[in-house]
Design a protein around this ligand. Structure first.
Ligand code: NAD
Ligand code: ZN
Length: 354
């Protein structure tokens, strides 16, 4: 096996009520500057905004996650913070929310110290300077953004990650109490992101023994939680983390490659887009799609159907092109000759079935 060096999140604070520790954890960073908090806008109504231990000099941004994070959004956020603070950098960025808020926090921490647009860093290991330190406080579990080295951003023609050690959190505060009141559908769709990461990791050729162990455990937890045979929110938080970590030692696969097309062109959120795609991928993941369908039934989820019913040829072409950009996941899933297996025609037919 090829030798690999990989970074991990160096510090995790975990347990019910852990959020109360945040003020103390911030002290270390207060000595060197102000703190920027990125909060999902939902926390204006959940009560979490009032509990943020901010000081007068800090900045709090409630980010609208109706749409997934974009390169323009993080570029503008960086510019407005630096303008307001006379180009003084924060000592810390804290991301509070689901994958969207966490990814905005990650991307922001990178482009605070790396010139130009975030689009320059989408890809693998393109970040030059050390990022601003960052903390994640997940309030939705499944993406694994809290553990991964990716910050996924949508641009004009592609949805793509900043994949770098610089986009990993320095500390993750995991408090299962924060994921207690999520609407059933959202909890399911984001939870399935974790399940699908694990399936794609385990079934892909890019996985190593580390990733396999992480993915296997996370997969088992997801099945317990969503088949309702045991497993609670504490377990789900751990699964999300392990699923995200496993992707660093593997790759995603066909479901993610297709889900990115659904998100880019039709605007479906990641977790839901994954579910819509995965539901049609029995040919590629025959051991898992039936279990997934069972989880849908047990969870009482109404997965949207016919999402491509009225799609234009141009949109369909853009979705096919998006899928084909995902070369790494497709190579891991199907081998070097993936384009002979997943032809344009095949991608097209799969999309039309969704
Ligand atoms: P999200 O962050 O987009 O949030 C979805 C919805 O849940 C939003 O409406 C939000 O307001 C709401 N929400 C969040 N916390 C809540 C709470 N405690 N109670 C009630 N509602 C709450 O959803 P997500 O599925 O976590 O993240 C999706 C994003 O993550 C996508 O942009 C995707 O590309 C990205 N992603 C990143 C990685 C990575 O490794 N960085 C991996 C997978 C997905
Ligand atoms: Zn995902």
């Amino acid at each position: 096996m090829k030798i690999r060096a990989f970074k991990q999140v160096p510090r995790i604070v975990f347990g019910r009520g852990a959020f109360a520790e945040l003020a103390e954890l911030l002290e270390l960073y207060r000595k060197t500057g102000y703190i920027t908090f990125i909060l999902d806008h939902i926390h204006n109504t959940t009560g979490l905004l009032e509990k943020i231990p901010d000081n007068q000099e800090d900045c709090i941004f409630l980010v609208d996650t109706t749409d997934e994070p974009t390169t323009t959004q993080v570029d503008e956020l960086r510019n407005s913070i630096l303008t307001a603070k006379s180009s003084q950098l924060p000592s810390l960025v804290v991301g509070v929310g689901g994958g969207s808020a966490m990814d905005i926090a990650k991307a922001l921490s990178v482009i605070m110290t790396n010139e130009g647009s975030s689009t320059l860093y989408q890809g693998w290991d393109l970040v030059k300077n050390d990022a601003i330190p960052k903390i994640a406080v997940p309030t939705l579990s499944g993406t694994g953004a809290e553990a991964s080295r990716t910050a996924v951003l949508t641009g004009t023609d592609k949805k793509y990650g900043i994949n770098s050690d610089q986009s990993m959190f320095d500390l993750v505060l995991m408090d299962p109490d924060l994921i207690e009141n999520i609407p059933n559908d959202q909890r399911f769709y984001t939870g399935m992101d974790c399940y699908i990461h694990c399936v794609e990791s385990i079934e892909g050729s890019f996985i190593n023994a580390f990733g396999r162990a992480q993915a296997k455990e996370a997969l088992e937890i997801c099945e317990k939680v969503f088949l309702k045979t045991g497993g609670n929110n504490e377990d789900l938080m751990v699964a999300s983390y392990l699923g995200g970590a496993s992707v660093a030692n593997s790759e995603v696969g066909v479901a993610h490659a297709m889900s990115y097309g659904l998100s880019l062109v039709l605007g479906y959120h990641h977790g839901l887009a994954n579910c819509i795609a995965f539901n049609q991928l029995e040919d590629f993941y025959p051991d898992y799609v039936p279990t997934f369908r069972n989880m849908i039934k047990i969870g009482n989820i109404n997965l949207p159907r016919g999402v491509t019913e009225n799609i234009s040829e141009d949109d369909l072409s853009a979705m096919i092109a998006m899928t084909k950009i995902m070369e790494r996941p497709l190579t891991s899933a199907l081998g070097q000759n993936w384009s002979n297996i997943l032809t344009d025609e095949k991608i097209r037919n799969l999309y039309l079935k969704m």
